[in-house]
Ligand binder design. Structure first.
Ligand code: ASP
Ligand code: MG
Length: 469
């Protein structure tokens, strides 16, 4: 299929009848020029509500579950009624009722059990995307654009890591193409649920919170799309978080590597795993604002010819610094480190930054606050003997820290830049606790006191003139 465009609409871009109309208009306009497939998130806040209902189900709170389902019903029924005139509504209203009773059935099972089996949880939360795609397709059809809902469980094959699954690209390629290419060839627009997939033997999975971007990039890759456009509610990838740095700017272009680093280090505009499937085929990605579709947005490309200095700064406030220090020099530091990291990997804890001083092999690393408990449990297991016999000091945790990351391919080989960044931070009287920079010089990660984080971000942004280029 030549010139295929895959587009993804996030939760706010389909968050109301008005936004659904806008998303459909954008889609129809592109479809007049080229084949289009779209991937859609649940309406904004719906996934949170579904998860809350599941927690209540686990706690046996039936009334709570009922009230959440009522909220979901109201939101989707009202949107449907705003979109469609009375005589056309019936099938969509039936569809909504059907999906909500599916959710209700899973939730009552969980109520009975008192716990949510991971696959049931994934099946249940993916209902948010099945509801939003239902509404969007009904509206597209009513406007004369033939479109069809595709449940990604029929197209994206994943491993069995429920809640954070990884796609298996070869089987996905086969399945997605067999399902979607005939639709595209017949001029039907596939409207695919974001966020979900299924194992090869059909068990429902999800790709992690915010995973619809990833769904879209997986499909763009296996369908050999010529471009992927990701529609959100901001103008593109910015030099900093506009809530912290009012004079930040939208970047015209960033590289895959820069965008991935920014996403992993707290920029909310893209799911961190989005870019990986696209790199091999070098499919360009646009990050665009569905509230201002006339604006160009940011183009994400394999490389940029002349890239200078630092391009953007991100920060993460909800992180914790974990320090491990030998009590004497008896231990083999590499072995301690190896075992600690191996355990963290198996516990699915992501290490955001790491730094070590070689002499005594003490090292520290940063994890998300939300993953701290899992990290500590894993470390206390994998280093139990050393801790018990006093070869290691008790593991230290500092939660009053924040991470600041400065990203830019052009930092490589620019002498003096790191010095200027550190000086700018220290001028604000913010103490730097730990620093990490890989030898590719793509990112400088800096851990500071939590209460100095915002100041430090503003200082680095101003010092490196990010907003001015
Ligand atoms: N609806 C899912 C979430 O809120 C996936 C997404 O929006 O990308 O996490
Ligand atoms: Mg999202």
């Amino acid at each position: 299929m030549n010139n295929l465009l895959v587009m993804k609409f996030g939760g706010t871009s389909v968050g109301s009848a008005e936004r659904i109309r806008a998303a459909a208009a954008i889609t129809a306009e592109q479809q007049r020029r080229r084949p289009v497939a779209i991937v859609v998130s649940a309406m904004s806040k719906v996934t949170d509500l579904l998860l809350e209902a599941l927690r209540r189900a686990e706690a046996g709170d039936k009334a709570g579950v009922e009230s959440d389902i009522e909220k979901l019903r109201k939101r989707h029924v009202e949107t449907c009624c705003e979109l469609l005139p009375e005589p056309e509504r019936a099938p969509t209203l039936e569809g909504i009722a059907g999906l909500l009773s599916e959710f209700e059935r899973i939730a009552s099972g969980i109520c009975l059990l008192g716990e949510a089996p991971p696959r049931s949880r994934d099946e249940a939360v993916a209902i948010g995307e099945r509801l939003s795609t239902l509404l969007l397709v009904a509206w597209l059809n009513s406007q004369g654009t033939p479109a069809e809902v595709v449940n990604a469980a029929q197209a994206i094959v994943t491993d069995a890591v429920f809640g954070n699954a990884t796609p298996l690209m070869e089987p996905t390629r086969e399945k997605a193409r067999a399902l979607l290419l005939p639709m595209l060839e017949a001029g039907v627009l596939p409207v695919v649920t974001g966020f979900n997939g299924a194992t090869a033997d059909g068990r429902p999975t999800t790709l992690g919170r915010g995973g619809s971007d990833f769904s879209a990039s997986i499909l763009a890759a296996v369908l050999d799309a010529s471009e992927l456009w990701i529609w959100t509610d901001v103008d593109g990838i910015m030099t900093a978080d506009p809530r912290l740095v009012p004079d930040c700017a939208v970047l015209d272009e960033v590289t895959y590597r820069e965008a991935a680093e920014l996403a992993y280090n707290g920029a909310k505009v893209l799911h961190p795993r989005t870019l990986a499937p696209l790199i091999e085929k070098q499919i360009p990605v646009w990050s665009k604002n569905s509230f201002a579709p006339e604006k160009p947005g940011t183009k994400i490309v394999p490389r940029i010819a002349a890239s200078e200095g630092a391009r953007a700064v991100t920060s993460m406030a909800s992180v914790a610094l974990v320090s491990i220090e030998p009590a004497n020099s008896v231990l083999n530091g590499a072995q301690v480190m190896g075992r600690a990291l191996d355990g963290l990997g198996r516990a699915n804890v992501e290490v955001l930054a790491m730094s070590s001083s070689s002499y005594r092999q003490s090292f520290c690393f940063l994890v998300r606050e939300s993953e701290l408990a899992a990290a500590m449990e894993s470390l206390e297991g994998s280093l139990a003997l050393e801790l018990e016999h006093g070869y290691l000091r008790p593991i230290e945790v500092d939660e009053e820290v924040g991470l600041l990351a400065v990203v830019g391919e052009g930092m490589r080989g620019t002498p003096g830049l790191a010095g200027r960044i550190f000086t700018a931070i220290s001028r604000e009287n913010v103490n730097i606790i730990a620093i990490a920079q890989g030898s590719n010089e793509l990112t400088i990660s800096i851990v500071v006191r939590r209460d100095g984080l915002e100041k430090a971000v503003r200082a680095v942004h101003a010092e490196t003139h990010m907003g001015l280029r």
